[in-house]
Design a protein around this ligand. Sequence first.
Ligand code: ATP
Ligand code: MG
Ligand code: MG
Length: 370
Amino acid sequence: RARIGIVGGGQLGRMSAVAASRLGYEVHILSDSQPSPAAETAARFTVGSYDDPACLEKFARSCDVITFEFENISTAGLSHLSRFCPVHPSGHILEISQDRIAEKTMLGSYGLPVAPWKEIASPDDLRSLPAFGFPCILKTTRFGYDGKGQFRLPDETAFQGILQKAESLPYPLVAEQQIDFAREISVMVARGTDGTIRCFDVAENHHRQGILRASIVPAPIMPELAQKAQTLAATLAEKLNLVGIMGVELFEERNGDLLVNEIAPRPHNSGHWTMNACLVDQFEMHIRAVAGLPLPPARRHSDAYMHNLIGPDDMALLPELLQEENASIHLYGKEEARPGRKMGHVNRIFPRGGMPGDMVLSHYQPRLED
Ligand code: ATP
Ligand code: MG
Ligand code: MG
C-alpha cells in the first residue's frame, strides 16, 4: 500500500487523513502534540518535534509522499524531509505563505492586487506610521492565524496606544490599509502533478473577531466576478508551480475590484463546504494532487452554508443541530471547548438555487463586529 505522510495533527490533518484512507492509502501523521484531532484517523501517528532531524528522517522514510496541514514547519525541517521523500506542495510555496512580507512581495511581482501595505521593521518605522494613514491594521509577519497577532488602528488615538509598547513588538510587522470591502470571498484551487488545475466555486466568507464564522456557496456575486476570482487563483497556482490544494482569500472592494488578502497552500476552513456539496471535496482533491492521481472537475452538486462550531457556546447548540434534517455535522474530537477554539463545523446543504433567501440576505446587513 502506498503511504501518505501528513505533517500536522489538527483538524485539517484529520480530514485529509480520512480522505486519504478512503482512497486506500496508509496514512502516517507526524504531530508535535499528543492529544491531536488527527491521531485517531491515521494508521500511524508519531509525536515528535518538527525541528528534530532524526525524527523527520524516520518519518520521511516511512512515507512515499508527504504533505502538510501545519503551515509553520521550518524551512530547514521541510527541506530535511524532502531529502528522503517527495513533499507537496513545495517548501518554496510554504516559505512564501509563512511570511506576509514574502507573500505580498510575491503577489505584487505577479501583478496581483493587494491592499496597500508597508513593512514596519523597527520602532522608528512604527513612529512614522501616521504618514501611511488610518484606519490600518498591524499584523505580525509570521505565525498569525485566526486574526491572532493583529492590532487594529482605527485612528491616531489607537496609534498612540500601540506606541506605548513600541519597543516590545515582534518586528518586522506589516501595516495594511484597512479595506472597507463589500465582502470577503475565497477560492480553493488544486493543481495536479500533470499541471491540471481545478477551482472550486467561490465562497462568501464571514468572520467574527478574526475567525471564520460562515461560508456561503455559491457566493452571491456576478458570474463575471466569480470567474475573475477563479482565474486569479488559477494563475497563482500556475505561477507557484503548486501541487496540492491552496486557499486564496480575497476582498471584493465596493467598486467590484478584487484584492488578495492571503494564500494558504493546504486545505482551508473556507473549503469545508465541499465535504457535502461536491462529489470530490477539497481533502480528496488535495490527496489526489499530492499522490499524482487525476483531478476530476471540482463540481458542486448543491448549495451550502458552512458554519463553524467555535468554543463552548456553539457546542451547546449541538443537540439542536443534530435534529436538523439538512445539516451534516463534522466534529474534530477535541476534548476541551475553549472560547475561540474551532471544535467542528456544520454544513447545511440545499438543492442548487434552493438556499432560503434569508440565509443569504442576513449577511447583507451591516457587520456588527470587527
Ligand atoms: P487566517 O486564520 O485566515 O490565516 P490570519 O490571522 O492570517 O487568519 P488575516 O486573514 O490576515 O489573518 O485576517 C483575518 C481577517 O481580518 C480577515 O479575514 C478580514 O476579515 C480581516 N482583515 C484582515 N486584513 C484586513 C484588511 N487589510 N482590511 C480589512 N479587513 C482585514
Ligand atoms: Mg492566515
Ligand atoms: Mg486569513
